[in-house]
Design a protein around this ligand. Structure first.
Ligand code: SIN
Length: 333
């Protein structure tokens, strides 16, 4: 392997990309069955584009992703970003919460070095498993100069997405990732990226957040309440008793039943940060449009999905409890 090739660190966390089935055509499988070395062995072509340094950070289905794994992952990515011999970093990840990990890292790892998250919808043992091609593209992207300064990127099915924009939009099938509000960042073509846009919001080196702030504040607890017909107040009252922040995954423009809005207003008055987002999957929840956020003490989550609004509210609360300052976070990140 030529010494001149760039070094790319591959941090594995599990997921379907490392999943195994009983046989190659069955629908069921166990995520996180194969090790990082197994994944790399399936892509011998990587030897032609990078020197790989592999590490197993976790081996879980990403439905079991935890703040503890995020802590370990962010610290490891931070250390590798400071290692001048490493050109870029790839993280293999389950697809279910991949977008959350990507967004979290985009706000706490304050470096310019390429970080690329990648997964697969088909387990490694499936007919037509796309994990090896996705992994090849991820390494090719992580070593590429044009990936620098864009924050963590996600590569799936030859599309490149920004961490803030990407969303898993389907429970099955290869076309499961999209950036519904601002579009994909670009595509991988012949092992090289073609970018269509720059990031629209603040991230990485410009972020005010950090692991240190989170540790100091004890990782503020933020829950998500999912609005639906006849949503009652009691679930929100309970959440307000155990959380420092609540994200409403609201109907339409971030709304909910009168009973739920009254409970959220009580929570906000008691000092719980309340952010309104939409369960629709795309679009903008603007301040003081559908509801009078200023009067109710709410924050409007703009075009962040509920699951990403949870992360930003947690990080915001690690720095401030002031609703105006928290609202500003949602305009900036
Ligand atoms: C997971 O998120 O770990 C399971 C689903 C997947 O990776 O596609």
């Amino acid at each position: 392997m030529p010494d001149a090739l760039p070094v790319v660190a591959v941090l594995a966390t599990g997921g379907t990309i490392a999943g195994a089935q009983a046989d190659a055509t069955s629908a069921g499988y166990k995520a996180g069955s194969f090790s990082v070395d197994d994944l790399l062995a399936a892509v011998p072509q990587l030897a032609g584009i990078a020197r790989i340094r592999a590490e197993q950070v976790a081996n879980v289905g990403s439905q079991n992703m935890t703040h503890d794994v995020w802590r370990a992952l962010a610290a490891r990515v931070d250390a590798l970003c400071q290692d001048a011999s490493v050109a870029g970093i790839v993280i293999t990840h389950g697809t279910d919460t991949l977008e959350e990990t990507a967004y979290f890292l985009s706000l706490v790892v304050r470096h310019d070095k390429p970080v690329v998250l990648v997964g697969a919808m088909r387990p490694a043992t499936a007919l037509g498993a796309e994990g090896p091609a996705n992994l090849y593209n991820a390494v090719a992207l992580a070593r590429h100069a044009e990936a620098r300064g864009r924050g963590p990127l996600v590569v799936m099915n030859e599309d490149i997405h920004y961490a803030r924009e990407v969303q898993k939009i389907a429970s099955a099938g290869l076309c499961a990732f999209s950036s519904p509000n601002r579009g994909r960042a670009g595509v991988m073509h012949g092992g090289a990226p073609k970018f269509y846009s720059r990031n629209a919001t603040t991230h990485s080196t410009q972020s005010e957040f950090s692991l240190a702030l989170l540790e100091k504040s004890g990782w503020p607890r933020v829950g998500i309440v999912y609005a639906h017909a006849d949503l009652q107040a009691d679930v929100i009252d309970f959440m307000a008793s155990v959380c420092q922040g609540i994200v409403l995954a609201g109907v339409g423009d971030g709304n909910a039943t009168d009973a739920a809005i009254a409970a959220l207003t009580r929570a906000a008055a008691a000092g719980v940060a309340v952010a309104r987002s939409s369960r629709t999957g795309s679009g903008l929840v603007a301040r003081d449009v559908e509801l009078d956020d200023a009067a109710l003490g709410f924050i409007a989550a703009a075009d962040l999905s509920p699951q990403k609004a949870r992360i930003l509210l947690m990080l915001g609360l690690s720095a401030t409890r002031d609703p105006a300052a928290l609202q500003h976070c949602f305009e900036r990140y």
